[in-house]
Design a protein around this ligand. Sequence first.
Ligand SMILES: Nc1ncnc2c1ncn2[C@@H]1O[C@H](COP(=O)(O)OP(=O)(O)OP(=O)(O)O)[C@@H](O)[C@H]1O
Length: 275
Amino acid sequence: MTNTAPSTAGARTAPGAGDFAARTQQIAKVYGRGDAQVVALDGVTVGIPRGRFTAIMGPSGSGKSTLMHCMAGLDSVDSGQVFIGDTELTRLRDKQLTRLRRDKVGFIFQAFNLVPTLTALENITLPMDIAGRKPDREWLDAVIDTVGLRPRLKHRPSELSGGQQQRVACARALAARPEIIFADEPTGNLDSRSGAEVLGFLRDSVRRMGQTIVMVTHDPSAAAYADQVLFLSDGQIVDTMHEPTAERVLERMKGFDAVGAPVRPAGDEPGVAAR
Ligand SMILES: Nc1ncnc2c1ncn2[C@@H]1O[C@H](COP(=O)(O)OP(=O)(O)OP(=O)(O)O)[C@@H](O)[C@H]1O
């Protein structure tokens, strides 16, 4: 890759660094050595615009999870820079990184990761309790209403459906008002109706609350809830699609052959790798 400016990833005019909730500059990540070496990220430069919903798609093994983990400070890069807001993660010591993840980043995983002995409300406020922060009551109320959990706040996870449990996990991520939320296959364990509900709440939290969300997904219908989709192939971003529909995303995914090489259809906007 020869470019150095982050992909606008959805913003139509070139935004400044301050408009990105997270960004990377030429990051590379290699796993293993010698014959077993795998280049998971190959010089990715990308910006995640604030207050937008961004989906990351690509063939299996293209580097989606690695990119998300590196952007979230859950994994280290071999070269390049990662920023959350103005803070360069790649310069932080472990303790500072832990604090930054706690204070500025929210996570939603495929497995709901709720504490079984706590009620829904206690699970939602747990990260703030651990951080010794008092929840902003008004914001918490808005989050609870957005995810439709008010009648279920005293229930424990085992008394909730999968969709409701994932809504608790969404509310937990939203409650602390993080700079950015990373969601890794958040609907992977849900039936299509519950999945649609959760995706609707995520989209609402972006539209109504100005949250920034990045979501890795394999599902074109899930990606269609996003404002833009970044397509990864062989550790590089090869396309960006704005205002996606499930049909267009599916069509674009068909453009990747079995080993993941991109075949760009005419008319699609080039991604950062081509700039
Ligand atoms: N811990 C690891 N050790 C060795 N190789 C790894 C490790 N993690 C990922 N990889 C390799 O890096 C590449 C990118 O993996 P990654 O999980 O980021 O892809 P992905 O697009 O998220 O895949 P999937 O859609 O199948 O989840 C793959 O070839 C994978 O095998």
